[in-house]
Write a protein that binds this ligand. Sequence first.
Ligand SMILES: C[S@@+](CC[C@H](N)C(=O)[O-])C[C@H]1O[C@@H](n2cnc3c(N)ncnc32)[C@H](O)[C@@H]1O
Length: 223
Amino acid sequence: MGKGKGRATAATKTRYGRIAPIYDFIEILPELRYSSWRKRFWEIVRGELSRGSRLLEVGVGTGKNMPYWPQGIRFTAIDLTPGMVARARQRAAKLGVEAEIMEGDAQSLQFLDDSFDAAAATFVFCSVPDPVLGLQELARVVRPGGSIFLMEHVRSTDPIKGKLMDLVNPIVRNLMGPNINRDTVENVKRANLAISNVEDLDRGGIFKIIHARKLSSFEEGSN
Ligand SMILES: C[S@@+](CC[C@H](N)C(=O)[O-])C[C@H]1O[C@@H](n2cnc3c(N)ncnc32)[C@H](O)[C@@H]1O
């Protein structure tokens, strides 16, 4: 990883380390909206997986998805920020959920190629300093044909709202961590993943569930 990316990753870790102790508190209001979206997201994931599938959740945060995790799946979860990992472990213990939870960077995952049947992340690729590299890493550790599921907020396609998001972005990023003006659907394509479906969650087209697939070498050859 280059020096610039290393610095950006360290800054992201510091920002999330700062808010980890209050993350659940500051998310109380947004969560009123997100909880039904999380339910929907994991229903989609469950529909694509079979019993015993291995799933990697990247950027697990404090483990807000755990109550929605489908049963019968083998979960591994990583997060860049130690304070988040500690909280995710506490939540897993409280809920009686079995998972391997550890520190890790989406941009340089510690797993071997093709280790998982699928990967999932919610509200993470707005924060990963090099999102295309992170998505390529997800593709590397997922088996060919495996799924990658994302729930993300993206830059508005409305020109005025989009410009406003660009203006406000540095403030939000420096205070909290996320970028609010990313085109994550485009980033998924840049990472050479095949988009299976994009579902809009809100009328403004800002919140989306993206289902993509890692192409098999046969499919890549015929592309
Ligand atoms: C907005 S929070 C979302 C947390 C959780 N997924 C949720 O839905 O509540 C973003 C999370 O991504 C993590 N993160 C940011 N950059 C990361 C990276 N490069 N690798 C792994 N996790 C990262 C942060 O530490 C933080 O926990």
